[in-house]
Design a protein around this ligand. Structure first.
Ligand code: KG4
Ligand code: ZN
Length: 340
C-alpha cells in the first residue's frame, strides 16, 4: 500500500449496533453496521441480548469492512475501539476483539471515547461537508446523552451543559412508547411530524438551570396529556397522531435551541456542530440551518450515516490519536462510564 498513508480499523459496540470501519487517513474506505432488530419487541435495548448479538455479528462485520475497504489486514497501522461509555457487556465484545487483533498483528491499540467520536465525526473528509474550526460548540444528542461541549482542539473538550435526567433520544423514544409506537420511536416521530401541525398541542418546557437540560418532566407531561385525552376519546391518538408528534418534536427543538442560544451568548462562539443519533432528526436539521440566517451561526450537520452510532467516527478519533502516538497497552479495559 502507498507510502505514508495511515490505515485504521475501527470497532464500535457500545450499545445495540455492531460496527466496523476502515479509514485511510481521514477518509472512510468502508463503514459497516449490523443493527439488532431483536430489541424492537422489548421496546428498548436489552443489554444481555445486545452482548450476544455483538458476539454473533462482530466477525462478519469486521470481515466485511476489511473486504469493502480493498486493503488487507497486514496493511493496517492501528486498531481503534470504543472504550466507553456504553453497556458493559456490549463494550467488552469490541474491546476484546480489538485487543486480540492488535496483539496478533503487532500494531497499536487505540481506545476511543464514544462521545468524543460523535463530535469529531465532523473531521471525516467528505465531499460537500465543511469541517468546523476550533474552538466551536458541539451539541451531542443521542439515546444516552445530551451535551453541549466547548471543543477547543481534538483532545481538549469541556462539557458546559448536559441533561440532569433523561437524554433527548429517550424523550423521543419514551413519548413514542406512550403513543404505542415501536422502538426506537425517534425516527417515527420525525416521519409522522412532517404531516402534522406543530402548534396544535402545547407542552410546557421543563426548566433546568443554565446550560443544563431536563427531559423527564416532559415525558410525564406527555403521559398525562395522552391519558387525559384517551379517557375522553379512545381514538384520540389515532386521530391526532401526526399533530401530537409534530407538537412533541417542536417542543424538543425549542428546548435545544433555547440552550444553544444561551451557549452562544455565554461563550461568544457561533460555530455549532451537531452529532449523535437525534441529529438525524429532520426538524432539528432544518431549524439549525435556518439559524444560519436568523442568528448568523455557522452550523455543521454530519452526513446521515455518521450521526447514529457508527465506527467511522471511532476511526477518525483513532487516526488523530495515532498521529499523536496516543496508544494503549493490552491492559486497557472497557468503561461503562468514562471520564470525558
Ligand atoms: O447515537 P445513537 O445511535 O445511539 C446512542 O448512542 O444512543 O442514538 C440513538 C437515538 C435513539 O433515541 C433514536 O430514537 C434517536 O437517536 N433518533 C432519532 C432520529 N433518528 C434516531 N430521534 C429523532 N429523530 C430521528 N430522525
Ligand atoms: Zn452514540
Amino acid at each position: 500500500m502507498s507510502n505514508n498513508a495511515i490505515y485504521i480499523l475501527a470497532i464500535e459496540s457500545s450499545c445495540d449496533d455492531t460496527a466496523a470501519a476502515v479509514l485511510k487517513n481521514n477518509k472512510v474506505l468502508s463503514n459497516v453496521i449490523a443493527g439488532q432488530k431483536i430489541h424492537e419487541e422489548y421496546g428498548g435495548v436489552v443489554p444481555e441480548l445486545a452482548s450476544r448479538a455483538h458476539q454473533q455479528n462482530i466477525v462478519p462485520v469486521i470481515d466485511s469492512a476489511i473486504k469493502k475497504s480493498g486493503i488487507n489486514l497486514k496493511d493496517l497501522n492501528g486498531i481503534a475501539f470504543t472504550q466507553g461509555p456504553g453497556l458493559m457487556g456490549s463494550l467488552l465484545v469490541g474491546t476484546s476483539f480489538a485487543k486480540s487483533l492488535a496483539l496478533s498483528l503487532n500494531i497499536p491499540l487505540i481506545a476511543v471515547n464514544h462521545m468524543h467520536a460523535h463530535i469529531l465525526a465532523h473531521f471525516i473528509d467528505e465531499e460537500g461537508y465543511d469541517k468546523p474550526e476550533f474552538p466551536f460548540l458541539a451539541l451531542t444528542i443521542s439515546g444516552g446523552h445530551t451535551q453541549i461541549v466547548k471543543v477547543s482542539s481534538f483532545f481538549d473538550m469541556e462539557i458546559i451543559g448536559e441533561t440532569t435526567d433523561d437524554a433527548v433520544g429517550e424523550a423521543f423514544d419514551k413519548s413514542a412508547k406512550i403513543m404505542g409506537l415501536p422502538y426506537p420511536g425517534g425516527p417515527l416521530i420525525d416521519k409522522l411530524a412532517k404531516e402534522g401541525n406543530p402548534k396544535k398541542f402545547q407542552f410546557t418546557k421543563p426548566k433546568a438551570p443554565g446550560l443544563n437540560f431536563s427531559f423527564s418532566g416532559l415525558k410525564t407531561q406527555i403521559l398525562y396529556f395522552i391519558q387525559r385525552n384517551v379517557a375522553l376519546n379512545p381514538n384520540f391518538i389515532e386521530e391526532n397522531k401526526a399533530d401530537i408528534c409534530a407538537s412533541i418534536q417542536q417542543t424538543i427543538i425549542e428546548i435545544l435551541m433555547d440552550k444553544l442560544k444561551l451557549a452562544v451568548t455565554e461563550t461568544g462562539l457561533n460555530q455549532i456542530a451537531i452529532g449523535g443519533g437525534v441529529s438525524a432528526n429532520s426538524g432539528i436539521r432544518e431549524t439549525l440551518k435556518a439559524a444560519e440566517t436568523k442568528y448568523g451561526w455557522i452550523t455543521f450537520i454530519p452526513k446521515f450515516e455518521y450521526t447514529t452510532d457508527n465506527a467511522a467516527m471511532i476511526g477518525i478519533v483513532g487516526y488523530q490519536k495515532y498521529l499523536e502516538n496516543k496508544f494503549n497497552d493490552a491492559g486497557v479495559i472497557s468503561k461503562a462510564r468514562i471520564e470525558f
